[in-house]
Design a protein around this ligand. Sequence first.
Ligand code: RNT
Ligand code: ZN
Length: 416
Amino acid sequence: MTTYEIAKEAYANYGVNTESVLEELANVPIAVHCWQGDDVGGFERPDSSLGGGGIQATGNYPGKAKSIGQLRRDLEKVLSLLPGKHRLNLHASYGEFGSDFVDRDQIEEKHFQGWVDWARKNQVHLDFNGTFFSHPLADDGFTLASKDEQVRRFWIEHEKRCRRIAAWIGRQQGSPCILDTWIPDGAKNLTVDKFGYRAILKESLDEVFAIEYPKSEMVDALETKLFGIGSEAFVVGSHEFYMNYAIRNNKMLCIDMGHFHPEEDISDKLSALLLFDDEILLHISRPMRWDSDHVVLFNDKIKMVAEELVRSGKLATTHIGMDFFDASINRIGAWVTGVRSMRKALLFAMLQPLNLLLRYEETDNGWAKMALLEMQNTLPFGYIWDEFCRRNDVALDAELIKLVGDYEKEVLGERQ
Ligand code: RNT
Ligand code: ZN
């Protein structure tokens, strides 16, 4: 008997069919974010680096991608180590702008043609993000909610262009491109006119969304947040703001796991949101004490999110995107571990004996439910995961350290 056969039988005892789970899991797309490879720098100028705007990558581990060519090479390596289907989540600041500086209100479809071609070659679909940070016109902390009309117009133009580019991408790839909008707008210190700023943001969004695109081409997502570095006292695009905006305007919410109080249970929000929203975008992250964007690990929080998606039957209408960036360790390894952890969590959730658990719950057998949930933790899950990797022609966990290490020596080493 192989290890997989042993595990298959163990799960079958609880009515779980591992064969159909393995098949289903391979088809759940996870969007890999481009920004783990270069610490959210982007390639707008030869010396692009993150600054201002409430997000921060810390660490200085050697090997960071310094060009789009290097980033693509790294991504290809990462994709080769990830089992299952993936998308690539691109930020507007990662366009190919040539030797001229192209400001955010000037970006066009042609700057992303190379990515569309690359995506086709690598059999991934693209998602897109406006870049509202790391820019002089974001330095005072406000973009779409700015009281400075010139600043506001600049960012409205950026967002309009991002939507047009997303629709263009979606048309070419035959799969809707999800455009996530996260703006850093907010203030470090006590803010008096919160109502005013939020009214401005609403007005900006209304103007931007007045232009409609077919859902088959692009879908808008709005990313909520509680606080950020430099926006401790006030965030314009709060959870309540976007929740209301989204439901009234038929937009999708983006729930980032790092954008809540660390004690909040993100998984608990899903059933409440998904009852009223058809679709949702998730940014899978690991906030350690704050919105720190640590590499995602196969931990309880991630399992609970995945479990909720499976239990609610809403996995198919949920878009899963990764959002973490750690510059203190091998970036390829960080990517691989983070994305694989999410896939593991989905597998773990799909393997839960849902029918049995439900029966216990509905017959008021609370202890049996608890005991079964507890037992799940010690079933031979690792053997099923290994089998999933094998069937998808991807390295097992045990081989990763060597493979990532070799790439570090051969490719990343040259970059110093
Ligand atoms: C920032 C948001 C946002 C970014 C990316 C790079 O707090 O989480 O999603 O991480 O746009
Ligand atoms: Zn995010």
